[in-house]
Design a protein around this ligand. Structure first.
Ligand code: ZN
Length: 417
Protein backbone atom coordinates (compact mmCIF):
# COMPACT_ATOMS: atom_id res chain seq x y z
CA UNK A 1 0.00 0.00 0.00
CA UNK A 2 1.24 3.46 -0.91
CA UNK A 3 2.04 5.83 1.96
CA UNK A 4 -0.22 8.42 0.30
CA UNK A 5 -3.22 6.08 0.44
CA UNK A 6 -2.57 5.33 4.12
CA UNK A 7 -2.42 9.04 4.86
CA UNK A 8 -5.64 9.67 2.92
CA UNK A 9 -7.38 6.87 4.81
CA UNK A 10 -6.12 8.34 8.07
CA UNK A 11 -7.42 11.81 7.22
CA UNK A 12 -10.83 10.45 6.23
CA UNK A 13 -11.13 8.59 9.57
CA UNK A 14 -9.78 11.65 11.39
CA UNK A 15 -12.47 13.88 9.87
CA UNK A 16 -15.15 11.26 10.56
CA UNK A 17 -14.18 11.07 14.23
CA UNK A 18 -14.08 14.85 14.50
CA UNK A 19 -17.48 15.36 12.85
CA UNK A 20 -19.11 12.54 14.81
CA UNK A 21 -17.93 13.84 18.18
CA UNK A 22 -18.83 17.45 17.39
CA UNK A 23 -22.23 16.25 16.20
CA UNK A 24 -22.74 14.50 19.55
CA UNK A 25 -21.69 17.65 21.42
CA UNK A 26 -24.13 19.78 19.48
CA UNK A 27 -27.13 17.45 19.79
CA UNK A 28 -26.36 17.15 23.49
CA UNK A 29 -26.45 20.93 23.95
CA UNK A 30 -29.69 21.23 21.97
CA UNK A 31 -31.24 18.39 23.98
CA UNK A 32 -30.35 20.05 27.28
CA UNK A 33 -31.69 23.40 26.08
CA UNK A 34 -34.89 21.93 24.61
CA UNK A 35 -36.33 21.21 28.07
CA UNK A 36 -36.21 24.85 29.04
CA UNK A 37 -36.78 25.26 32.76
CA UNK A 38 -38.54 21.94 33.14
CA UNK A 39 -36.92 19.99 35.98
CA UNK A 40 -36.98 16.19 35.37
CA UNK A 41 -39.67 14.37 37.38
CA UNK A 42 -37.37 12.19 39.44
CA UNK A 43 -35.62 15.18 41.04
CA UNK A 44 -38.71 17.41 41.38
CA UNK A 45 -38.63 19.00 44.81
CA UNK A 46 -35.04 17.86 45.42
CA UNK A 47 -33.22 20.09 42.99
CA UNK A 48 -34.15 23.75 43.05
CA UNK A 49 -34.78 25.71 39.84
CA UNK A 50 -31.61 27.65 40.56
CA UNK A 51 -29.50 24.47 40.91
CA UNK A 52 -31.07 23.13 37.74
CA UNK A 53 -30.23 26.31 35.81
CA UNK A 54 -26.66 26.15 37.11
CA UNK A 55 -26.26 22.54 35.93
CA UNK A 56 -27.51 23.49 32.45
CA UNK A 57 -25.19 26.47 32.24
CA UNK A 58 -22.24 24.41 33.45
CA UNK A 59 -22.95 21.66 30.93
CA UNK A 60 -23.25 24.13 28.04
CA UNK A 61 -20.15 26.08 29.02
CA UNK A 62 -18.03 22.94 29.25
CA UNK A 63 -19.40 21.54 26.00
CA UNK A 64 -18.74 24.77 24.06
CA UNK A 65 -15.24 24.98 25.45
CA UNK A 66 -14.73 21.31 24.59
CA UNK A 67 -15.63 22.04 20.96
CA UNK A 68 -13.14 24.92 20.78
CA UNK A 69 -10.35 23.01 22.55
CA UNK A 70 -10.89 19.90 20.49
CA UNK A 71 -10.99 21.80 17.21
CA UNK A 72 -7.74 23.56 18.10
CA UNK A 73 -5.96 20.33 19.08
CA UNK A 74 -7.25 18.52 15.98
CA UNK A 75 -5.91 21.28 13.71
CA UNK A 76 -2.62 21.27 15.62
CA UNK A 77 -2.20 17.50 15.27
CA UNK A 78 -3.12 17.53 11.60
CA UNK A 79 -0.64 20.35 10.96
CA UNK A 80 2.14 18.42 12.70
CA UNK A 81 1.40 15.36 10.58
CA UNK A 82 0.85 17.04 7.21
CA UNK A 83 3.84 19.38 7.54
CA UNK A 84 6.08 16.35 8.11
CA UNK A 85 7.17 17.80 11.46
CA UNK A 86 7.21 14.40 13.23
CA UNK A 87 9.64 12.97 10.68
CA UNK A 88 11.64 16.20 10.45
CA UNK A 89 12.32 16.22 14.21
CA UNK A 90 13.23 12.55 13.99
CA UNK A 91 15.96 13.20 11.42
CA UNK A 92 17.08 16.35 13.26
CA UNK A 93 17.61 14.54 16.58
CA UNK A 94 19.26 11.58 14.85
CA UNK A 95 21.99 14.04 13.76
CA UNK A 96 23.23 14.21 17.37
CA UNK A 97 25.65 11.63 18.69
CA UNK A 98 23.49 9.66 21.09
CA UNK A 99 23.27 5.92 21.35
CA UNK A 100 20.16 4.51 19.65
CA UNK A 101 18.10 4.06 22.81
CA UNK A 102 18.83 7.51 24.20
CA UNK A 103 17.97 9.06 20.87
CA UNK A 104 14.57 7.32 20.87
CA UNK A 105 13.89 8.39 24.46
CA UNK A 106 14.79 12.03 23.69
CA UNK A 107 12.56 12.04 20.64
CA UNK A 108 9.57 10.72 22.61
CA UNK A 109 10.13 13.18 25.48
CA UNK A 110 10.37 16.06 23.04
CA UNK A 111 7.15 15.24 21.17
CA UNK A 112 5.22 14.53 24.38
CA UNK A 113 6.41 17.87 25.79
CA UNK A 114 5.19 19.71 22.68
CA UNK A 115 1.71 18.21 23.08
CA UNK A 116 1.67 18.95 26.81
CA UNK A 117 2.67 22.57 26.17
CA UNK A 118 -0.04 22.95 23.56
CA UNK A 119 -2.66 21.61 25.98
CA UNK A 120 -1.50 23.85 28.85
CA UNK A 121 -3.47 27.04 28.06
CA UNK A 122 -6.62 24.98 27.65
CA UNK A 123 -6.30 23.27 31.02
CA UNK A 124 -5.46 26.65 32.62
CA UNK A 125 -8.60 28.16 31.13
CA UNK A 126 -10.70 25.16 32.13
CA UNK A 127 -9.53 25.32 35.73
CA UNK A 128 -9.18 29.05 36.37
CA UNK A 129 -11.97 30.39 34.23
CA UNK A 130 -14.72 27.77 33.88
CA UNK A 131 -14.31 25.89 37.16
CA UNK A 132 -13.72 29.21 38.92
CA UNK A 133 -16.89 30.78 37.51
CA UNK A 134 -19.01 27.88 38.78
CA UNK A 135 -17.40 27.90 42.20
CA UNK A 136 -15.52 24.61 41.80
CA UNK A 137 -11.94 25.82 41.57
CA UNK A 138 -10.11 25.77 44.90
CA UNK A 139 -6.62 25.76 43.37
CA UNK A 140 -4.06 28.52 43.31
CA UNK A 141 -1.99 29.13 40.20
CA UNK A 142 1.06 28.11 42.27
CA UNK A 143 -0.42 24.75 43.16
CA UNK A 144 -1.36 24.17 39.51
CA UNK A 145 2.25 24.57 38.39
CA UNK A 146 3.67 22.62 41.32
CA UNK A 147 1.32 19.76 40.36
CA UNK A 148 2.41 20.00 36.76
CA UNK A 149 6.08 19.90 37.69
CA UNK A 150 5.57 16.98 40.05
CA UNK A 151 3.70 14.96 37.46
CA UNK A 152 6.36 15.67 34.83
CA UNK A 153 9.18 14.55 37.15
CA UNK A 154 7.20 11.52 38.23
CA UNK A 155 6.45 10.47 34.64
CA UNK A 156 10.12 10.89 33.80
CA UNK A 157 11.18 8.68 36.74
CA UNK A 158 8.64 5.99 35.91
CA UNK A 159 8.66 5.99 32.13
CA UNK A 160 12.23 6.75 31.03
CA UNK A 161 13.59 3.48 32.50
CA UNK A 162 10.57 1.65 31.03
CA UNK A 163 11.34 3.08 27.58
CA UNK A 164 14.98 1.95 27.81
CA UNK A 165 13.81 -1.52 28.83
CA UNK A 166 11.33 -1.72 25.96
CA UNK A 167 13.95 -0.58 23.45
CA UNK A 168 16.35 -3.15 24.84
CA UNK A 169 13.86 -6.02 24.41
CA UNK A 170 12.90 -4.89 20.97
CA UNK A 171 16.53 -4.83 19.99
CA UNK A 172 17.76 -8.05 21.60
CA UNK A 173 14.85 -10.42 22.17
CA UNK A 174 14.31 -11.63 18.61
CA UNK A 175 10.98 -12.26 16.91
CA UNK A 176 9.02 -12.56 20.11
CA UNK A 177 10.27 -9.29 21.54
CA UNK A 178 6.68 -8.02 21.72
CA UNK A 179 5.77 -10.78 24.13
CA UNK A 180 8.68 -10.01 26.47
CA UNK A 181 7.99 -6.30 26.16
CA UNK A 182 4.40 -6.99 27.16
CA UNK A 183 5.69 -8.90 30.20
CA UNK A 184 7.88 -6.00 31.30
CA UNK A 185 5.13 -3.48 30.65
CA UNK A 186 2.71 -5.54 32.75
CA UNK A 187 5.17 -5.84 35.64
CA UNK A 188 5.71 -2.07 35.64
CA UNK A 189 1.95 -1.53 35.49
CA UNK A 190 1.41 -3.75 38.55
CA UNK A 191 4.24 -2.02 40.34
CA UNK A 192 2.65 1.39 39.69
CA UNK A 193 -0.79 0.15 40.77
CA UNK A 194 0.75 -1.15 43.98
CA UNK A 195 2.67 2.08 44.65
CA UNK A 196 -0.13 4.43 43.64
CA UNK A 197 -2.12 4.62 46.90
CA UNK A 198 0.84 4.61 49.25
CA UNK A 199 3.57 6.48 47.37
CA UNK A 200 2.28 8.30 44.29
CA UNK A 201 -1.11 9.72 45.32
CA UNK A 202 0.29 11.07 48.64
CA UNK A 203 2.67 13.28 46.60
CA UNK A 204 -0.39 15.27 45.56
CA UNK A 205 -2.89 14.84 48.39
CA UNK A 206 -3.06 14.17 52.09
CA UNK A 207 -4.66 10.88 53.09
CA UNK A 208 -5.80 10.38 56.64
CA UNK A 209 -7.47 7.29 58.09
CA UNK A 210 -11.10 8.05 58.82
CA UNK A 211 -11.26 9.53 62.31
CA UNK A 212 -12.95 7.64 65.15
CA UNK A 213 -16.65 8.20 65.44
CA UNK A 214 -20.03 6.94 64.37
CA UNK A 215 -19.24 7.16 60.63
CA UNK A 216 -16.12 5.04 60.99
CA UNK A 217 -17.94 2.54 63.18
CA UNK A 218 -20.80 2.19 60.72
CA UNK A 219 -18.43 1.77 57.79
CA UNK A 220 -16.37 -0.89 59.54
CA UNK A 221 -19.51 -2.75 60.60
CA UNK A 222 -20.61 -2.67 56.97
CA UNK A 223 -17.22 -3.88 55.69
CA UNK A 224 -17.28 -6.74 58.15
CA UNK A 225 -20.83 -7.70 57.27
CA UNK A 226 -19.96 -7.77 53.57
CA UNK A 227 -16.78 -9.75 54.19
CA UNK A 228 -14.62 -6.99 52.81
CA UNK A 229 -11.03 -6.98 53.97
CA UNK A 230 -9.05 -3.80 53.48
CA UNK A 231 -6.22 -2.01 55.15
CA UNK A 232 -8.31 1.04 55.45
CA UNK A 233 -10.74 3.65 54.47
CA UNK A 234 -9.15 7.01 53.94
CA UNK A 235 -10.22 10.60 53.71
CA UNK A 236 -8.52 12.70 51.01
CA UNK A 237 -8.19 16.48 51.01
CA UNK A 238 -9.85 16.86 47.61
CA UNK A 239 -10.98 20.34 48.66
CA UNK A 240 -7.43 21.59 48.14
CA UNK A 241 -8.06 21.61 44.42
CA UNK A 242 -11.72 21.36 43.65
CA UNK A 243 -15.23 21.56 45.05
CA UNK A 244 -16.19 18.41 43.13
CA UNK A 245 -16.67 15.32 45.25
CA UNK A 246 -16.04 11.65 44.68
CA UNK A 247 -15.09 8.28 46.14
CA UNK A 248 -12.90 5.61 44.63
CA UNK A 249 -11.30 2.27 45.08
CA UNK A 250 -7.56 1.92 44.52
CA UNK A 251 -4.50 -0.29 44.88
CA UNK A 252 -3.84 -4.00 44.62
CA UNK A 253 -2.95 -6.61 47.23
CA UNK A 254 -1.80 -5.07 50.49
CA UNK A 255 -2.11 -1.50 49.21
CA UNK A 256 -5.85 -1.83 48.54
CA UNK A 257 -7.99 0.96 50.00
CA UNK A 258 -11.12 3.01 49.63
CA UNK A 259 -10.75 6.77 49.39
CA UNK A 260 -13.44 9.29 50.23
CA UNK A 261 -13.02 12.95 49.29
CA UNK A 262 -13.43 15.32 52.23
CA UNK A 263 -15.89 17.21 50.04
CA UNK A 264 -18.00 14.03 49.85
CA UNK A 265 -17.89 13.46 53.60
CA UNK A 266 -18.93 17.06 54.18
CA UNK A 267 -21.83 16.99 51.78
CA UNK A 268 -23.47 13.61 52.39
CA UNK A 269 -25.34 12.27 55.39
CA UNK A 270 -23.83 9.34 57.26
CA UNK A 271 -26.23 6.75 55.88
CA UNK A 272 -25.60 8.08 52.36
CA UNK A 273 -21.84 7.69 52.80
CA UNK A 274 -22.37 4.12 54.02
CA UNK A 275 -24.42 3.43 50.87
CA UNK A 276 -21.64 4.87 48.67
CA UNK A 277 -19.16 2.63 50.46
CA UNK A 278 -21.40 -0.39 49.86
CA UNK A 279 -21.35 0.50 46.15
CA UNK A 280 -17.54 0.68 46.15
CA UNK A 281 -17.30 -2.63 48.00
CA UNK A 282 -19.67 -4.01 45.35
CA UNK A 283 -17.05 -3.30 42.68
CA UNK A 284 -14.56 -5.38 44.62
CA UNK A 285 -16.98 -8.19 45.50
CA UNK A 286 -18.15 -8.51 41.90
CA UNK A 287 -14.49 -8.65 40.75
CA UNK A 288 -14.84 -5.62 38.50
CA UNK A 289 -11.34 -4.41 39.21
CA UNK A 290 -9.83 -7.79 38.33
CA UNK A 291 -11.95 -8.09 35.19
CA UNK A 292 -10.94 -4.63 34.01
CA UNK A 293 -7.32 -5.47 34.67
CA UNK A 294 -7.55 -8.66 32.60
CA UNK A 295 -9.18 -6.70 29.80
CA UNK A 296 -6.46 -4.05 29.85
CA UNK A 297 -3.79 -6.79 29.79
CA UNK A 298 -5.39 -8.36 26.73
CA UNK A 299 -5.51 -4.87 25.21
CA UNK A 300 -1.82 -4.19 25.80
CA UNK A 301 -0.82 -7.66 24.52
CA UNK A 302 -2.76 -6.95 21.34
CA UNK A 303 -1.16 -3.49 21.25
CA UNK A 304 2.38 -4.86 21.38
CA UNK A 305 1.54 -7.45 18.75
CA UNK A 306 0.14 -4.75 16.45
CA UNK A 307 3.31 -2.71 17.04
CA UNK A 308 5.41 -5.70 15.98
CA UNK A 309 3.37 -6.01 12.77
CA UNK A 310 3.51 -2.29 12.02
CA UNK A 311 7.28 -2.29 12.41
CA UNK A 312 7.46 -4.61 9.39
CA UNK A 313 5.42 -2.20 7.29
CA UNK A 314 7.51 0.83 6.20
CA UNK A 315 4.75 2.61 4.18
CA UNK A 316 2.87 3.23 7.45
CA UNK A 317 5.80 5.28 8.78
CA UNK A 318 6.39 7.09 5.51
CA UNK A 319 2.72 8.15 5.52
CA UNK A 320 3.37 10.12 8.73
CA UNK A 321 6.60 11.69 7.52
CA UNK A 322 9.17 9.26 8.94
CA UNK A 323 11.93 7.83 6.77
CA UNK A 324 11.21 4.29 8.01
CA UNK A 325 10.07 2.13 10.95
CA UNK A 326 11.42 2.70 14.44
CA UNK A 327 10.17 1.87 17.90
CA UNK A 328 10.01 5.48 19.06
CA UNK A 329 8.07 6.50 15.94
CA UNK A 330 5.52 3.74 16.42
CA UNK A 331 5.06 4.69 20.08
CA UNK A 332 4.46 8.34 19.19
CA UNK A 333 2.00 7.36 16.44
CA UNK A 334 0.19 5.09 18.88
CA UNK A 335 0.05 7.80 21.54
CA UNK A 336 -1.17 10.68 19.42
CA UNK A 337 -2.50 9.37 16.11
CA UNK A 338 -4.39 6.17 16.91
CA UNK A 339 -7.70 7.88 17.86
CA UNK A 340 -9.26 7.77 14.37
CA UNK A 341 -8.53 4.02 14.13
CA UNK A 342 -10.18 3.19 17.44
CA UNK A 343 -12.90 5.73 18.24
CA UNK A 344 -15.71 3.46 17.07
CA UNK A 345 -14.91 0.87 19.76
CA UNK A 346 -15.12 3.47 22.54
CA UNK A 347 -18.77 2.64 23.36
CA UNK A 348 -17.85 -1.02 23.99
CA UNK A 349 -15.82 0.07 27.00
CA UNK A 350 -18.42 2.52 28.24
CA UNK A 351 -21.13 -0.17 27.97
CA UNK A 352 -19.02 -2.56 30.03
CA UNK A 353 -18.20 0.11 32.61
CA UNK A 354 -21.89 1.04 32.93
CA UNK A 355 -22.78 -2.63 33.39
CA UNK A 356 -20.37 -2.74 36.35
CA UNK A 357 -21.89 0.41 37.83
CA UNK A 358 -25.37 -1.14 37.68
CA UNK A 359 -24.02 -4.29 39.33
CA UNK A 360 -22.33 -2.33 42.12
CA UNK A 361 -25.53 -0.35 42.75
CA UNK A 362 -27.55 -3.56 42.83
CA UNK A 363 -25.02 -5.11 45.24
CA UNK A 364 -25.28 -2.08 47.55
CA UNK A 365 -29.08 -2.21 47.51
CA UNK A 366 -29.54 -5.96 47.97
CA UNK A 367 -26.82 -6.51 50.55
CA UNK A 368 -27.57 -3.56 52.82
CA UNK A 369 -31.07 -2.51 51.85
CA UNK A 370 -29.73 0.99 51.39
CA UNK A 371 -31.88 1.81 48.37
CA UNK A 372 -33.18 5.14 49.64
CA UNK A 373 -29.79 6.25 50.98
CA UNK A 374 -28.00 5.29 47.76
CA UNK A 375 -30.58 7.12 45.68
CA UNK A 376 -30.33 10.29 47.72
CA UNK A 377 -26.53 10.02 47.80
CA UNK A 378 -26.36 9.82 44.01
CA UNK A 379 -28.73 12.73 43.58
CA UNK A 380 -26.82 14.79 46.13
CA UNK A 381 -23.50 14.01 44.46
CA UNK A 382 -24.91 14.95 41.08
CA UNK A 383 -26.38 18.15 42.46
CA UNK A 384 -23.13 19.22 44.14
CA UNK A 385 -21.16 18.53 40.97
CA UNK A 386 -23.74 20.33 38.80
CA UNK A 387 -23.88 17.22 36.63
CA UNK A 388 -26.01 17.13 33.50
CA UNK A 389 -29.41 15.70 34.45
CA UNK A 390 -30.63 15.24 30.89
CA UNK A 391 -27.82 14.21 28.51
CA UNK A 392 -28.82 13.21 24.98
CA UNK A 393 -29.19 9.38 24.97
CA UNK A 394 -26.72 9.00 22.11
CA UNK A 395 -24.21 11.24 23.87
CA UNK A 396 -24.37 9.31 27.15
CA UNK A 397 -24.31 6.01 25.24
CA UNK A 398 -21.05 6.99 23.57
CA UNK A 399 -19.22 8.83 26.35
CA UNK A 400 -20.57 7.93 29.78
CA UNK A 401 -18.67 5.50 31.97
CA UNK A 402 -21.57 5.64 34.44
CA UNK A 403 -25.28 5.34 33.65
CA UNK A 404 -27.08 8.68 33.77
CA UNK A 405 -28.57 9.69 37.12
CA UNK A 406 -32.10 8.98 35.83
CA UNK A 407 -31.07 5.49 34.68
CA UNK A 408 -29.41 4.68 37.99
CA UNK A 409 -32.33 5.89 40.08
CA UNK A 410 -34.73 3.88 37.91
CA UNK A 411 -32.57 0.74 38.20
CA UNK A 412 -32.39 1.08 42.01
CA UNK A 413 -36.17 1.45 42.16
CA UNK A 414 -36.58 -1.66 40.00
CA UNK A 415 -34.42 -3.72 42.36
CA UNK A 416 -36.52 -2.81 45.38
CA UNK A 417 -39.91 -3.26 43.72
ZN1 ZN B 1 -18.88 2.74 40.79
Amino acid sequence: MEPKIILMLYIVLFVLEYLWERFLGIINMRYVLSRGELIPDFVQGIITPEEYRKSIKYTLTKEKFGIIANTASSIFLLLLILSGFLGFMDSLISGFKFDRYTYGVIYILFIVLIFRLFALPFSLYGQFSIEERFGFNKMTLGLFFVDLLKSLVLSAILFIPLLYLLFFFMDKAGNFWWFYAFGIFTLVQFFIMFLYPTVIAPLFNKFTPLEEGTLRDRIFTLAEKLGFRTKGIYKMDGSRRSGHSNAYFTGIGKSKRIVLYDTLIDSLKEEELVAVLAHEIGHEKKHHIKKELVLSLIGSLAGFFIISLLLQFPPFFKAFGFTGPSFHAVLILLMFCSGPFTFFIKPVFSILSRKYEYEADRFAVTSTDAAESLKSALISLHKNNSGNLTPHPLYSFYYYSHPTLAERVRAIENVTQ
